[in-house]
Design a protein around this ligand. Structure first.
Ligand code: GLC
Length: 554
């Protein structure tokens, strides 16, 4: 990252999962030409940057995160000519494009892996992490994030390779300098094409502690944040990032605020910012055996959520940069997770969660459909899932180990599984929500008849118009970009209220995360100029109505 580059600070990013955004050729899968056709919609919304989920050639196992050729577009999504046109058309509209960089692992169909597995003395052998068996079995007890052992046996050479995700996603060996050089070359290649940045997939896993590879039959260890993590990122920064006017965001599930001061330091030595997971995982629950797990739903806990978000706001202020998100392709829908998706409160709470996040310090990310208040899908059976993470977890936790009952697991999938975010974008009330003229690869949410872009774009009271205004406010008021953060009513279980202050102006944000009325303390009482609110009629300045939000300039 060019040390002068700070445009990411006032930018708003819109995330596109291409397979589910818009299908231009009628095969039931979204594609790049579909994205091109919707650029004017994004321009209307007012976003500055698109983060495009992987659209490279892949082996179809994990939503494009299993790349078999980093320099080719997946044929099902289009051609390189389509990509070039997308970049050109986006730039014409003042919209930048950030690509997904998936370099912790490649697909086992990647040419490097095919060579690597062909023999123990192949020059590419050391591109991946191969280990001998331990006492005839796996080298050690390392577990994959997608359930089961992280080691897969390969008969060709009688050794195991490491895969922290699906067995078709082999981990690259970052200790090998040649691997790093290949990755940097590929990054230069994309930057020379004119892309504006990278979102870096599980980037905190590229360096692993050597115990993760030990052939010792030992237990599962932590494969995040290894000893050379920052050395690698600083090298990447020197070799590649610092040469371009770009932004970067690291996906860093293991992140603490202390670590973020290194990954996302404002000195520009590593990345522009990072995605932390604490707030989206604050409500992970417990399996029947008492183990804490993503696959168990704990209720949302506003006190915990506020503590986490306030800590990130205050500890990074002036030192590092936050990314702000409620949802993405790995998370449930924002309104279903943090708001209330029943019809009485959906619109109100979708606006409220939007305001609560967008008035904080950092770069906001809007996941496709969030600006419409799209909701989770009413899944009834695990067979409706299209996600390798879900199949594997079901097999392990429900079928084999019986750590959770099928009913509890289904409740959890409805609440949390990644498929919720991957159902097609709802453009119209018509057939397949206007997403495709073919058979959609994922079912379309039946609520598209009343939750869709067509009905919202021109409606001043819609969630879309509210998001448009949130984005416009960020451009208008420097306090939203630069202000410091003070949490109010810390112990209140309904209200999330805070102030932001910068050069004599103060922003007051008050949000009610409940269906009941909530009282505002003196400090949070509504006063000043109303910038945005989700109720039309002014209310009592000391009371918030159900899911109400008010943002004022004091
Ligand atoms: C990241 C991606 C996720 C993918 C995983 C493996 O967490 O966001 O979708 O499955 O990495 O690449």
């Amino acid at each position: 990252m060019n040390k002068q580059t700070q445009w990411f600070k006032d930018a708003v990013v819109y995330q596109i999962y291409p397979k589910s955004f818009m299908d231009a050729d009628g095969d039931g899968l979204g594609d790049l030409r579909g994205v091109i056709g919707k650029l004017d919609y994004l321009k209307e919304l007012g976003i500055d940057v698109i983060w495009l989920n992987p659209c490279y050639k892949n082996s179809g196992v994990d939503g494009g995160y299993d790349i078999s050729d980093y320099r080719a577009i997946a044929p099902e999504l289009g051609t390189m000519a389509d990509f070039d046109e997308l970049l050109e058309q986006a730039h014409k509209r003042g919209i930048r494009i950030v690509m997904d960089l998936v370099v912790n692992h490649t697909s086992t169909e990647h040419a490097w892996f095919i060579e690597s597995k062909s023999s123990r003395d192949n020059p590419k052998r050391d591109f991946y992490i191969w280990r001998k068996p331990f006492e005839g079995g796996v080298p050690n007890g390392e577990r994959s994030v997608f359930s089961g052992p992280a080691w897969e046996y390969d008969e060709t050479t009688g050794e195991y390779y490491l895969h922290m995700f699906a067995r078709e996603q082999a981990d690259l060996n970052w200790e090998n300098e040649e691997v790093r050089r290949e990755v940097y070359d590929m990054m230069h290649w994309w930057f020379k094409k004119g892309i504006d940045g990278f979102r870096m997939d599980v980037i905190d896993m590229i360096s692993k502690d050597e115990t993760v590879y030990a052939v010792d039959g030992g237990p599962h260890r932590n494969a995040f944040n290894g000893p050379r993590e920052h050395e690698f990122l600083q090298e990447m920064n020197r070799e590649v990032l610092s040469h371009y006017d770009i932004m970067t965001v690291g996906e860093t599930g293991s992140l603490t605020t202390q670590e973020a001061l290194r990954y996302a330091n404002l000195d520009g030595s590593e990345l522009s910012m990072a995605f932390q997971f604490e707030h989206v995982e604050h409500d992970n629950g417990y399996l029947d055996n008492g183990e804490r797990s993503k696959w168990s739903t704990g209720p949302m806990d506003l006190l915990k959520l506020k503590e986490i978000m306030a800590r990130w706001q205050t500890e990074l202020h002036g030192k590092a940069w936050n990314s702000l998100y409620w949802s993405n392709h790995d998370q449930p829908r924002a309104v279903s997770h943090f708001g209330c998706d029943d019809e009485q409160y959906r619109v109100l709470s979708a606006k409220m969660v939007g305001a609560c996040l967008h008035m904080m310090q950092g770069t906001p990310y809007i996941y496709q459909g969030e600006e419409l208040g799209m909701t989770n899908y009413p899944f009834t059976d695990v067979s409706q899932s299209r996600d390798v993470e879900v199949y594997n977890a079901w097999q392990e936790l429900v079928v084999e180990q019986k750590k959770i009952t099928p009913e509890r697991m289904m409740d959890c999938l409805r609440y949390k599984c990644r498929d919720n975010a991957r159902t097609p974008m709802q453009w119209t009330a018509g057939v397949n929500a206007g997403f495709t003229e073919g058979e959609p690869w994922m079912p379309v949410n039946p609520n598209h008849t009343y939750i869709n872009a067509e009905s919202q774009v021109g409606d001043p009271d819609s969630v879309f118009s509210f998001y448009k205004k949130l984005i416009a406010l960020r451009k208008q008021y420097p306090v939203i970009v630069h202000g410091d953060f003070t949490l109010l009513q810390k112990e209140d279980e309904q209200v999330f209220a805070y102030t932001r202050a910068h050069e004599g102006s103060t922003l007051l944000v008050a949000c009610n995360f409940s269906c009941e009325e909530a009282r505002l303390d003196e400090a949070a009482r509504t006063r000043g100029e109303m910038l945005i609110a989700n109720y039309k009629e002014d209310g009592d300045p000391g009371v918030l109505r159900a899911w109400e939000c008010r943002v004022t300039l004091v």
